[in-house]
Design a protein around this ligand. Structure first.
Ligand code: URA
Length: 200
């Protein structure tokens, strides 16, 4: 049996074309409850790309990743190393809001992954920061959790694209835990800044 090609595959050669093709995606059940697809935002040739889990309520309404409380913390952390949101690219593992902010299901992650693959292929960041377990497990093909992996650097290589991948706590987890987790997140951002300088 042959399956149809994923729509991301033939969606075009630019990020804008791929984004536009994603807007009508109905490959998983999240399409039934979303307000809109939240594809991603930022520089199309950014050196630094963040990958979160999936849109929340605010993101679903606005059509932009990380604009709610977790997004405000992410923005502060980005600005803390002298960058702005416009300097980076921000995406998620799943592009549509899981209802009630539940975890994305494995079949939803699988259906959505080719959109993220195209984003990585077109942006070609030097450094990829995975925020939380879902992005880290997907891009590192690991079962290890974020507590074990954060603070470390991993080589990422796919289809001729090489990058450093740095796993971090998800900003929502930092907001829930506070204190030590916030200090660790700040230290992880300083680490990212050092890696960017090293690779420049
Ligand atoms: N959490 C995520 O993982 N992504 C968003 O876009 C917002 C909150």
């Amino acid at each position: 049996m042959t399956s149809d090609p994923h729509p991301a595959t033939g969606a075009g050669a630019t990020l804008a074309e791929v984004a536009s093709a994603s807007l009508g995606c109905a490959l998983c059940k999240l399409a039934e409850t979303r307000t809109q697809v939240v594809f991603g935002i930022g520089r199309s040739d950014a050196d630094l790309m963040f990958v979160g889990e999936g849109p929340g309520e605010q993101e679903d309404l606005k059509g932009e990743p990380f604009v709610g409380r977790a997004g405000q913390l992410l923005t502060q952390l980005i600005e803390g190393i002298g960058l702005t949101r416009d300097d980076v690219y921000i995406a998620n593992v799943v592009k549509c809001r899981p209802p009630g902010n539940r975890d994305p299901h494995p079949e939803e992650i699988e259906a959505c992954a080719p959109w993220l693959d195209r984003q990585l292929e077109l942006v070609r960041p030097r450094v990829i920061v995975t925020l939380g377990n879902f992005a880290t497990k997907l891009l590192l093909s690991t079962k290890d959790g974020i507590t074990k992996l954060r603070g470390r650097e991993f080589g990422f290589s796919r289809a001729g694209h090489e990058a450093m991948l740095i796993p971090m706590y998800h900003p929502s987890a930092v907001l829930r835990s506070g204190g030590k987790a916030l200090a660790e997140a700040r230290a992880d951002f300083v680490h990212v800044k050092r890696v960017l300088a090293r690779l420049a």
